[in-house]
Design a protein around this ligand. Structure first.
Ligand SMILES: *[C@@H]1O[C@H](CO)[C@@H](O)[C@H](O)[C@H]1NC(C)=O
Ligand SMILES: *[C@@H]1O[C@H](CO)[C@@H](O)[C@H](O)[C@H]1NC(C)=O
Ligand SMILES: *[C@@H]1O[C@H](CO)[C@@H](O)[C@H](O)[C@H]1NC(C)=O
Ligand SMILES: *[C@@H]1O[C@H](CO)[C@@H](O)[C@H](O)[C@H]1NC(C)=O
Ligand SMILES: *[C@@H]1O[C@H](CO)[C@@H](O)[C@H](O)[C@H]1NC(C)=O
Ligand SMILES: [Zn+2]
Length: 508
């Protein structure tokens, strides 16, 4: 258990160092904390802290048998505990809520195929059965394997190699199984991609894997030429219901009717530890949440580490569905940080004004985009609009009419020549070559965007934590929100209200 226990011990030690260092002193009461300032907050975000958090998450993943942080897995439950414990160690700055959620997930899986010792890109089929075989010869199936006569008797005890097309996968696999094949490999009939799909439901067919058309044809040609090509395969999936939690930290101070909400997802896919996706965003938020706890804000600031994003934004959706319209109306802006340290990165800002992708968000999405653009511009850093398609945890917030923005450095999209000129890296390769794969770990993070994006998050928190000036009001809501004022906590004689009372309501 090196991972988790030592991680927690170091975190606690790190906090001791933090409180005895410069910057705002620990406050005996919230009113003694200075109002958040941009430069000191931004300057307090350091790469070493971001990386420490990323390493802790990797350790948490690698301490478990499947080496991942899938929703409901031990790796995810320990990630949730890590965020919760780190936030609780900050004292009483945040109210921390765990929101339980249960869904079906793949806890672990394998898709591996090799021929004569050489690995091929492969995929599994939905409802495909488990199967592992070693050094078993491939046998070509005539035509498309749709008729029992297409299958030669020689597939018995061997692996059937079949082209996609004309009939269902189930028909082909059934025919091969009936002649005694131990497994079926289906290759694509289209130029692009690996053959994959669904078998429609639970079945007792032989195991099956998919290949690209090019790989399948090349293997078939060798077999056809009389070569013995031996194959090995390892296909399995462990699917079950998993329960885990959203972690939501809400500052006890600041106006609860004008909330700045920031989120990242805390789960990974089953293939790897998910350190860029989305440990990087999670660690960006945690580091900013820690730094913010030394300051007072006028707006209430909420941070969320969502679960089950990888299963379809389920954790964030659950939050939005279980929130009242009145509570959602209090969110001035939701900011999302999903993958901010991609190895072959670009600097992306959600295209909330639609200038690049012609999809606009609710009013305010454009203003937040501009805030980030201006901040990067001032550092002479080029940014690009990133597609505002709702395919991360901000989707459910957009649907609820909440203005949204966020940063990302690219997932499985491909880097352009122009981006290579600006940021280096490799044009024509994915932004994250390890996207949803085992290599998405600390050693493959790009450090420059990790730090600069961490600082950009701090800039947004300092800006909107202090004031919503210039930011459009939410579209009128017909819910009445009773104004709770804590006059006693206000500094008397202050011409402008300092929000040093607990959850004081300000007029915007
Ligand atoms: C497939 O293998 C996994 C991992 O060993 C196991 O958890 C799962 O139950 C198996 N599935 C079936 C249908 O046997
Ligand atoms: C942008 O989208 C709108 C509606 O979705 C469409 O009418 C318009 O033609 C689009 N503009 C461009 C430049 O694609
Ligand atoms: C950005 O570039 C301008 C012009 O080249 C230069 O004057 C300025 O100092 C640069 N700013 C930063 C933060 O590098
Ligand atoms: C991280 O992933 C790389 C593959 O890109 C692998 O070589 C390395 O061993 C992994 N790190 C750890 C600590 O397992
Ligand atoms: C109040 O809001 C609900 C849902 O947002 C809407 O359906 C309803 O028409 C509104 N009522 C008034 C009086 O505006
Ligand atoms: Zn992902």
């Amino acid at each position: 258990m090196k991972g988790f226990n030592s991680a927690m011990a170091i975190t606690a030690a790190g906090l001791l160092v933090m409180t005895s260092s410069a910057e705002p002193l620990p406050r005996s009461s919230k009113c003694e904390s200075p109002l958040v300032q941009d430069k000191p907050l931004v300057d307090s975000i350091h790469l070493k802290d971001l990386l420490k958090c990323a390493q802790d998450l990797e350790d948490i993943a690698y301490a478990t048998p499947y080496r991942n942080r899938v929703h409901g897995s031990e790796g995810h439950k320990n990630s949730v505990k890590y965020f919760k414990d780190t936030l609780e160690a900050l004292g009483d700055y945040y109210t921390i809520e765990l929101q339980e959620y249960t869904t079906e997930v793949t806890f672990g899986s394998s898709r591996v195929f090799s021929a004569d010792g050489i690995d091929f890109a492969t995929d599994s089929f939905e409802y495909g059965n488990n199967g592992t075989w070693t050094d078993v010869p491939l046998v070509n199936v005539a035509n498309l394997g749709c008729n029992p006569e297409d299958i030669p008797d020689s597939v018995a005890g061997n692996v059937a190699l079949i082209a996609r097309g004309s009939c269902t996968f189930v028909q082909k696999i059934t025919n091969a199984g009936a002649k005694g094949a131990v497994a079926a490999i289906i290759y694509n009939n289209a130029e692009a991609g690996i053959a994959a799909g669904t078998l429609g439901g639970v079945n007792d067919l032989i195991p099956v894997g998919g290949l690209t058309r090019a790989d399948g044809l090349a293997l078939a040609a060798r077999v056809e030429a009389g070569e013995t090509v031996t194959s090995s395969g390892d296909y399995w999936a462990y699917v079950d219901f998993g329960t885990s939690h959203n972690v939501i930290a809400t500052s006890k101070y600041g106006d609860p009717n004008n909330v700045l909400f920031l989120g990242a997802h805390s789960d990974s896919v089953d293939k790897g530890p998910g350190i860029n996706d989305n440990g990087s965003g999670s660690c960006g938020l945690l580091t900013v949440a820690k730094a913010l706890s030394k300051w007072r804000t006028n707006s209430q600031v909420k941070f969320a580490w969502w679960t089950a994003e990888e299963e379809g934004l389920l954790g964030a959706e659950h939050f939005v569905e279980t929130s009242t319209a009145a509570d959602l109306a209090k969110i001035r802006l939701y900011l999302n940080f999903d993958m901010i340290a991609s190895p072959n990165y670009y600097l992306g800002i959600y295209d909330g004004d639609g200038s690049r992708y012609n999809i606009t968000g609710p009013p305010g999405s454009d203003v937040a985009e501009k805030l980030f653009e201006d901040w990067f511009d001032a550092k002479n850093l080029t940014t690009f609009g990133s597609e505002f398609n709702g395919r991360s945890d901000y989707g459910p917030f957009l649907d609820a009419g909440v203005p949204c923005s966020g940063l990302d450095t690219g997932a499985d999209g491909v880097k352009t020549e122009e981006e290579m000129t600006i940021y280096g890296g490799i044009a024509g390769e994915p932004y994250d070559q390890n996207y949803h794969d085992a290599g998405d770990n600390v050693s493959n993070l790009a450090l420059f965007p990790f730090e600069v994006n961490g600082k950009a998050i701090a800039h947004a928190v300092a800006t909107y934590g202090k004031s919503w000036e210039g930011f459009p009001a939410r579209l009128a809501s017909n819910s009445t929100i009773p104004a709770r004022r804590h006059v006693h906590a206000r500094e008397s004689g202050a011409s402008k209200r300092h929000n040093c009372g607990v959850n004081e309501v300000l007029d915007y």
